[in-house]
Design a protein around this ligand. Sequence first.
Ligand SMILES: O=C(O)CCC(=O)C(=O)O
Ligand SMILES: [Fe+2]
Length: 325
Amino acid sequence: MTQTIPTIDISPLRSPTSPDRARVVSDILTACTDIGFLSITGTGIAPDTVDKVRECCRTIFAIDEKSKWDQAITRDNYRGYIPMGFFTPNDGSGTADKYEGYKLHFETASDDPIVADCPLYGPNLWPREVPQARDIILGYWRQLDAVADLLIGALEDGLQLPPGTLVDGFTKPMTNMTLLHYPPQAPDEAGFGIHPHKDTDALTIIAPDPVGGLEVQTRDGGWITPDTPPGGFVVNIGDMLELWSGGRLVSTPHRVVNTSGKERYSFPYFAVPRHDVVVAPLCAPRDGFERPAVHCGHWSAEIWRTNWPDEEASADTPELGTLHS
Ligand SMILES: O=C(O)CCC(=O)C(=O)O
Ligand SMILES: [Fe+2]
């Protein structure tokens, strides 16, 4: 089985009548089945758009510490600043990840009826000191929504599911984004920028920082680096698409180690369906693949809650994202 991360030009997916669509769908399906990661080009997103978002991250993380803490996430509202070392991974290692973050969710007005159905929806907490962040980030977000729809549509096609089966779950989605800042780590320093983990969403899209640092685990336990061309994006399958596909699409462990000597800024986009979508296998499950269905609203609430170190998982907390060694 191939254990490399291919680069795929997805531009044929943007023209519905392209004769190359079937080939691109097949290449994407193969990548998501083999390694669970791919690099994409041909999205139509201008490099300048990405540069502006990275510049916003730089400005947001330069805000003074006191003001950052004033705008930090709380148990009741998982939006805003995540201080360095705030969440120690619950893998028992006790070593905090070396990043600070800023959490954003699907932007929803507080009087939108969906907030009454699921209180996790609501307006973001945009950083006071960076008024331009809202428009720059939401503009980028809208473009990624379109790319995510193309990719999820291609996977739906590749898995021979009726059109809309997956894509229709992404109206008013629980899609979220984390702005991340990883200070440089000394080469001999213990710990990670982000410890090895699987993503708990359906599909992740990242504009890689040219300083590098993302590593992806191969099935034999080695670590490889995506070789994304300038202007391209890294895409990976998360636990929800793995579950939806009965284990055919794989959610692969990855980690970040920033030994570049430079500040690293990243802003993964995590595509998550609407709160009332129940994710259960839609294809015949792979041999030995047995997992309970997941209700997206419940699952998201449990992720938010159990990130706090004094909160315990309960019997109905979905078992996703965690690596067991
Ligand atoms: O910063 C990156 O490149 C990856 C971040 C990541 O894996 C995550 O936030 O889940
Ligand atoms: Fe991740």
